[in-house]
Design a protein around this ligand. Structure first.
Ligand code: HEM
Length: 207
């Protein structure tokens, strides 16, 4: 579960890097070329199956772990004791399920549309490209979508706040000197990844 989670974090880093290209003032060229590379490169395409496998593995193992926890103590504690772990660690299953529900909507909006729908096209140099950027801009010109995405990304941030250091602990990397560093990295990843994604709908909507 920890390895699948770390793999998903690395996917988010790449996805964010490509998405931020849409904010370049170049008529969406860099973003559309990068998106085209991602959907046509055979190595990236085969990694997509690993990615979906990683999501499914992470979700299934997370659900099993949560059910085991509930069964280990069917009766809740009357008083919540002091815990050495982060605040959001208690809500990983909840934030995870919310992220998953929005992910389905996200895939319907973009991924399935690109795979099976009719896409607008644009000429860049002497090549025709699918104008994925236009699709993103159209979605985020709608305030309801902007609010929905900000809400989704907040939960992604809460989830990530516990993710990295928890993965390190699961991998046995628990040390009085390094554990606080892992906590710091988790918090930084949560802010950078969730905050980085949030910038995109906000800048598109308000510009
Ligand atoms: C502002 C935020 C985001 C934007 C603008 C965005 C945009 C996109 C676009 C345009 C695609 C389609 C790519 C293609 O098939 O050509 C896509 C696919 C995808 N997105 Fe996002 N995304 C955002 C946030 C996220 C987040 C937070 C997650 C995960 C929690 C995520 C997970 C995925 C997955 C799994 C795919 C399908 C795999 C792929 O095409 O690489 N996205 N996204």
């Amino acid at each position: 579960m920890a390895l699948a989670g770390l793999f998903l974090i690395s996917f988010l880093g790449v996805h964010l890097g490509i998405n931020l290209l849409i904010l370049k003032n170049d008529g969406r060229e860099a973003f559309n070329i990068a998106a085209h590379f991602m959907v046509t490169n055979p190595v990236v395409q085969s990694m997509q199956w690993v990615l979906f496998g990683g999501f499914i593995l992470h979700i299934l193992l997370g659900a099993v772990l949560q059910i085991q926890n509930w069964m280990a103590r069917p009766q809740r504690y009357k008083v919540e004791g002091f815990s050495h772990t982060s605040y959001f660690s208690k809500f990983m299953i909840h934030t995870g399920l919310i992220i998953f529900a929005f992910l389905i909507l996200h895939l319907v909006n973009f991924f399935f549309k690109a795979k099976f729908g009719a896409m607008p096209e644009v000429m860049i140099g002497d090549h025709m490209y699918e104008d994925m950027g236009l699709l993103v801009i159209e979605k985020f010109s709608n305030l309801s979508y902007v609010i929905l995405y900000i809400f989704w990304l907040l939960f992604l941030g809460f989830h990530l706040d516990h993710a990295f250091h928890s993965a390190m602990q699961s991998l046995g990397l628990n040390h009085s000197k390094y554990t606080p560093v892992f906590f710091g990295i988790s918090r930084a990843l949560a802010i950078l990844i969730a905050g980085g994604f949030m910038i995109i709908p906000l800048v598109i909507y308000f510009s």
